[in-house]
Design a protein around this ligand. Structure first.
Ligand SMILES: *Cc1c(COP(=O)(O)O)cnc(C)c1O
Length: 394
């Protein structure tokens, strides 16, 4: 079976991990800050906060922005469930904004309409989470303009879009958002095994994110609030005893390990090459699949997608289920990203149902993901295309 995605691990990756295993620290050592600095440098964000998954990054981003019971977070139905679940972890409600029929990202027009209605009803979202679906950047500057108008915060779920850019600016620079989240799960663009990162330009948010990642604890004297309890701290200055730390918030153990960060740093060195290879393979699919009854990905002018996923939509009378099953039988590991989140049993139990987000539901009925990863050979890609031709032309 040719899988839909696969990590690439080199000897350099293995050496980097082994080096940490032989060092003094397995976690909370010097490698985490180096990984954070490398990701921040590549994206242009001021701060990077490494955590054990993108899901954790989404959770602490929501907490750092003050999301809580009574608040609402909006995201898209066409995403992994984590983009919505982060609100539920905070006791907040979730609502969805339908997708654009061409880019499959959040529709800015739908967002605008829904905001006007929500403003009239006094139920505006506190946070909007656009998802750079498949690696294609959302029209973030337009969403930011609406954030200024309506006063919501933006957390970009860029789990698919490490290495993508829009109008020459890297996704993750946080120019148009409060926080951007990356995933380093093995199927994503670069991996740390498990891992994620929250990026921001705001020093206060960064401070809170660092604390929330590790029990709500800080060891930085300049932010201590209870100096009188700091043991040896005298009137002479804010020099706390070296054992002193403060828990100021209710945080978690969401730390990344140095082992994971070492793999992340090593992989990051090949990011540009991986994104080039993914784009080249995507362009080649465009050639190979021409003339078949499929809607191929549309890239918005100004965008460079990271092509985490290569999704096509069935435009023939055949049922998606039949096409999907036949392709699997031919050894092609097609998949679906995503069945709409609002139709998951958990969200249906909260009151969502069919008919609410028709574009995402149509997408969920006719989309499927083809194999795409840097090590996919042209011969394998030809096999995928031939299988599609055999299934769709009969
Ligand atoms: C993979 C993914 C996540 C979660 O990432 P983890 O690192 O596995 O927690 C969140 N959002 C989207 C859109 C994803 O694809």
């Amino acid at each position: 079976m040719i899988p839909y995605g696969r990590q690439s691990i080199t000897q350099a990756d293995i050496d980097a991990v082994v080096e940490v295993l032989r060092s003094d620290y397995l976690t909370q050592g010097p490698v985490i800050p180096r990984f954070e600095a490398s990701v921040a440098a590549r994206t242009g964000a001021r701060y990077g906060v490494a955590v054990n998954s993108a899901t954790s990054a989404l959770h602490i981003a929501c907490l750092a922005l003050g999301l809580g019971p009574g608040d609402v977070l909006w995201t898209v139905p066409n995403t992994f469930v984590a983009s919505a679940n982060c609100a539920r972890y905070c006791g907040a409600d979730v609502d969805f904004v339908d997708i654009d029929p061409d880019t499959w990202d959040m529709s800015v027009a739908s967002l605008e309409t829904k905001l006007a209605t929500a403003a009239a009803a006094g139920r505006l979202p506190k946070i909007v989470v656009p998802v750079h679906f498949s690696g294609q950047p959302t029209k973030q500057e337009a969403i930011h303009r609406l954030a200024c108008q309506y006063g919501f915060k933006i957390v970009e779920d860029a789990s698919h879009a490490v290495g993508a850019s829009r109008n020459g600016e890297p996704v993750g620079n946080c120019r148009w958002s409060d926080v951007t989240v990356f995933s380093f799960h093995p199927v994503k663009i670069v991996t740390s095994g498990e891992g994620g990162m929250a990026l921001t330009n705001d020093p206060h948010l960064a401070q809170r994110l660092f604390m929330l990642r590790s029990h709500g604890i800080t060891r930085e004297p300049h932010v201590f609030v209870a100096r009188e309890h700091a043991g040896d701290v005298g009137d002479a200055g804010p020099v706390a005893a070296s054992w002193y730390y403060e828990q100021q918030l209710l945080g978690y153990n969401y730390r990344m390990t140095d082992i994971h960060a070492a793999l992340g740093i090593s992989q990051l060195a090949r990011l540009a090459g991986y994104v080039d290879e993914r784009n080249a393979l995507a362009a080649r699919y465009g050639e190979l699949l021409r003339g078949l009854p499929l809607q191929l990905p549309t890239i918005t002018p100004g965008n460079r997608s990271a092509f985490h996923l290569y999704v096509v939509r069935l435009r023939s009378g055949r049922s998606r289920r039949a096409v999907f099953d036949e392709l699997r039988r031919l050894g092609i590991g097609v998949n679906l990203h995503y069945s709409p989140v609002h139709l998951q049993p958990y969200y249906r139990a909260l009151g969502f149902g069919p008919g609410q987000f028709p574009e995402a539901e149509r997408y969920g009925r006719d989309a499927f993901t083809l194999p795409l990863y840097p090590a996919l050979t042209h011969a394998q890609q030809d096999t995928v295309a031939a299988a599609l031709r055999a299934v769709l032309e009969c």
